[in-house]
Design a protein around this ligand. Structure first.
Ligand code: DGP
Length: 206
């Protein structure tokens, strides 16, 4: 039985990482093998460049940085596939949807162009999108430390995310308490785990 691929998405400071940690514990207790991945993976070669870019220590053109983020995901594609085929459930903190939503929020960046380098990555069985008004997110601890954390930019990112919504997405109101959100997410994730092993891993945007 293959594992399920669960992706958490959303703008900055909406609480994705907290939900990922709670979810991974729950999945591990429910069905054994579970792994948490995070994009960008700042530990790889491309991840080091991305980290410097996000902390405003390196300037790169928009198209170059977009392709770097995508390469950062492709670097982990063989590992993701192996884990899924070995029956490990994956919880992924950000994925190709962030790639499109953030890059296409920049002037002169076309959404279809932004989508193309990630075509063919493993398609998630479920995308959990945490939705929060950027005004509320801006009041959360640590906001504004990195490159993309400005209200206007986050508004554009949020609009883009909502354009990317597909049948395998669930939208969660991130104004709810951590525990209420977790319960809502877990209910859907459990159903996904129970169902998706019957289907092959699909390819994203193919
Ligand atoms: P995080 O480590 O989750 O705070 O993400 C770092 C920042 O990078 C965050 O502002 C979202 C942004 N980001 C994540 N993935 C991508 C991507 O593929 N492309 C672009 N342009 N930005 C991304």
């Amino acid at each position: 039985m293959r594992g399920s691929l669960i992706v958490l998405e959303g703008c900055d400071r909406v609480g994705k990482t907290t939900q990922c940690v709670k979810l991974i514990e729950k999945i591990a207790a429910y069905s054994g093998k579970a792994s948490l991945l995070k994009f960008p993976d700042r530990s790889s070669l491309t991840g080091g460049l991305i980290d410097n870019y996000l902390r405003n220590k390196l300037e790169l053109t928009d198209k170059v940085v977009h392709l770097l983020f995508s390469a950062n995901r492709w670097e982990l594609e063989p590992k993701m596939k192996n884990l899924l085929l070995n029956g490990t459930h994956l919880v992924v903190d950000r994925y190709a949807f962030s790639g499109v939503a953030y890059s296409a929020a920049k002037d002169g960046m076309d959404m279809e162009w932004c989508r193309s380098p990630d075509i063919g990555l493993p398609r998630p069985d479920l995308v959990v999108y945490l939705d929060l008004d950027p005004k509320s997110a801006a009041s959360r601890i640590g906001y504004g430390e990195e490159r993309y954390e400005s209200r206007k930019f986050q508004e554009a990112v949020r609009n883009n995310f909502l354009k990317l919504k597909e049948s395998y997405w669930m939208i969660v109101d991130a104004r709810k308490s951590v525990d209420d959100m977790h319960e809502e997410i877990w209910d859907r994730v459990r159903k996904t785990i129970d169902e998706c092993w019957k289907e092959p891993i699909e390819k994203l945007w193919c």
